[in-house]
Ligand binder design. Sequence first.
Ligand code: OOG
Ligand code: NI
Length: 452
Amino acid sequence: MTTPYVSCDEIRDRFSKAMSAMYQAEVPQYETLLELVERVNRETLERDGALAERLAAHDELARLNVERHGAIRVGTAAELAMLRRLFAVMGMHPVGYYDLSEAGVPVHSTAFRPVDDAALARNPFRIFTSLLRLELIESPALRERAAAILAERDIFTPGARELIARHEAQGGLTDEQAERFVAEALETFRWHRDATVDLDTYEALHAEHRLIADVVCFRGPHINHLTPRTLDIDEVQRRMPAAGMNPKAVIEGPPRRDCPILLRQTSFKALEEPTRFKGERQGTHTARFGEIEQRGVALTTEGRALYDSLLGESRRKAAGLGNTEHQQRLARVFADFPDSEEALRRQGLAFFEYQLTEAGRAAGRVAETELETLIGKGLVVARPITYEDFLPVSAAGIFQSNLGGGENAAYAGNANREAFEAALGAAVADELALYAERERASREAVLEALAA
Ligand code: OOG
Ligand code: NI
């Protein structure tokens, strides 16, 4: 049956391209970063034919050039709940709960992203979305002032509100409505050079935490970075200074490995931008940056526990080191993390998707049900499932490198998923369950096909 509506995937694809174009125009350094990433990706694929083949076979080459994530920060439950509805128009749903209070940042977060395989393959655009936690501000006067300022603003255009409601009512948007939706939705994420407050108010909020000023003092939740996916993050980090970018001190996440796991990230530091405050006062605000990421396989609960414990150990040992030494330490500590696909699979550390090989499809009925045996016989292949989510320790590192080291230990120990979900108006999906389900479904399909 054909419908008069364009798909959510199509709207997300258009929106992610429009967002990238807007951010390139707003932050020229981001354009430079995209060019560098593109060059390094091209060189990597030329050098590593096996990688190029693997990515092509897994549909990852097609999405490489459109793949991005971005991040925003909002101030109220109502804003977060409306964003959930806005992102749903594009097939992006809240996955994961991230508590950043642990890292001294007064927010908690989720990632809006596509969930099913086909949508992820088409365009995995994700927005890491943080909700400010005014309740963590100690001074009641400052807390009330911030809440009062936030209560004055509407971060959505009337057109965006109308089209979101229409999407919900009619179950889709026509091509013309989708075009308008993209343009209207984009307005929410645009940068504003004019603050909504005077310089004194800005400074008072900034003194509590720079992030609070960033969320409270502007008309909307400007997109604060966009992140293309690189195939060689170490090389991009190395070349950033020559291209005129100031990289953060260290690459976050696991070390370089033969079998990449989870997510490695780095960024160029946020730019100081001229800002006009009420009362004709000039000042600056520092919020917007550019980031790159390199993704690897998603880990199971066991794999993640091993990652967290090795990361904790290397952080204790590597604190304060420059990136080269940091990476060396990390590599030594992570020697304890198996680094072959077979070991990751056999030890249940990572998620894989199973498929029949050509021989498997031609084999007729097969009684064997042990997957490793079937893989050994060449009837089944296992491909690593890419990690589509974020890492709280890495996210904290990215936040902090852009906040001038601003952290406040008093915020720690305040995870509150229930409060976050209440603000959101929905539960967040459990990312591990999503990967586990994908693995289970592929295993079942393979075994069923062989038994038939
Ligand atoms: C979000 C920082 C976290 C990531 O990739 O982990 C993040 C922010 O600064 O708002 O984007
Ligand atoms: Ni990011």
